[in-house]
Design a protein. Structure first.
Length: 363
């Protein structure tokens, strides 16, 4: 059930969207909607809007819904239009029925509420991206007190650097080198969080005395060579995320999936080749698109490029005789931004997403 709620945390605390973003109602948007137990603001807005992240514009015009976070199962929402023709939702109030003998109450007095970060934390992998220069400056694990090649919880490991006693540290395993598929530029190295611990001895690097780290939060085996970073260094996230449509100029591609599979979808974490240098911000909502299969004209009629013979491909363009359209297949929200890349959570997907799918502003 939690999966259904996760997406709302990225929408319910968003600020007013720029007036330039016009609300577009779904063609089959109902005139009324009865709030059900388990609904979220994202779910409800998706019933009415093509762009559910614009939900504040749907609610903000309504004086009866000053706090849309406090809507209840059983509430009736009516879609109306103001004098300028702008849509808005009007909320009906739940009814209480009384009898002389039985005290009755609302079936469910729990409002459609917000979700804190700790609820969605399992879906946000605390992986990161570091350059080789940054990695070279970080201390790393030498070994453990028991001489094991890998260590689990409640074991002391030794680190070749000066640590602060009492400070918590995250332990990362080095992953793949990340390359921009468009420019072939090396953007950094993916590092995977494998555990955490607390420093119990500071060490003295100049005297070749290792520091001691007591592991108390291991997710997977900690091996010699894993790097050590102070906890909260690049790991802080807001309690709630503010969503906004990404800058209209943003356009790039998915370059990595956190689960390292060919296809992925809703609630998966992905990396894109756009970051601070490209005006990407935390909370940016982006559309995922894919170019439709290319087509080549042949003497027998049009065929898909991948099905065409080598002779047909050589005789015309090497990809397509037409500029095929890009079709939207999903949405994502950025939650971590680096200089040249960002990490995003897939909010929805109408078909499996893949590496090198296009990301762009939803505007």
């Amino acid at each position: 059930m939690l999966n259904k709620f996760v997406v709302v945390v990225f929408s319910i605390m968003c600020s007013a969207i720029a007036l330039a973003d016009e609300l577009k109602l779904n063609e089959n948007a109902p005139k009324t909607y009865v709030v059900k137990k388990g609904d979220t603001l994202w779910d409800i807005s998706e019933v009415f809007l093509n762009q559910p992240w614009l939900w504040p514009k749907l609610w903000r015009l309504n004086p009866e819904v000053n706090n849309p976070h406090l809507i209840y199962p059983g509430d009736v929402l009516r879609l109306v239009f103001d004098e300028q023709g702008r849509p808005m939702l009007v909320k009906g109030k739940p009814e209480l029925k009384w009898t002389p003998k039985v005290r009755t109450q609302l079936k469910d007095l729990s409002p459609i509420s917000t979700l804190p970060l700790h609820v969605i934390a399992p879906y946000i992998k605390y992986d990161s991206l570091l350059t080789d220069e940054q990695i070279e400056k970080l201390p790393y694990v030498l070994g453990s007190e028991d001489g094991y090649k890998s260590s689990l919880d409640h074991i002391k490991v030794y680190v070749n650097g000066d640590l602060t006693v009492g400070q918590s540290y995250a332990v990362y395993e080095q992953g793949d080198e990340i390359t921009d598929p468009e420019t072939q530029e090396v953007l950094g190295r993916h590092v995977i969080l494998v555990g955490s611990g607390k420093a119990v001895a500071s060490g003295n690097k100049e005297a070749s005395e290792p520091a001691t780290l007591y592991l108390d939060g291991v997710k997977r085996e900690v091996r010699a060579g894993t790097i050590v970073v102070p906890v909260n260094d690049g790991q802080l996230f807001p309690s709630y995320f503010t969503m906004q449509a990404a800058n209209a100029s943003v356009r790039g591609a998915i370059i990595k999936s956190a689960i390292d599979v060919r296809e992925f979808g809703k609630l998966d974490i992905v990396m894109i080749n756009r970051g601070l240098e490209h005006s990407v911000k935390q909370g940016d909502v982006m559309m995922v698109k894919r170019t439709s299969p290319s087509v080549i004209e042949t003497g027998s009629g049009p065929v898909y490029t991948e099905d065409a013979s080598k002779w047909n491909r050589l005789g015309g363009n090497d990809s397509s005789d037409y500029k095929m359209p890009e079709e939207p297949i999903g949405e994502m929200m950025v939650f971590k931004v680096y200089e040249q890349v960002s990490l995003a959570l897939v909010l929805s997907s109408r078909k499996p997403l893949r590496l090198e799918d296009i990301i762009a502003s939803p505007r």
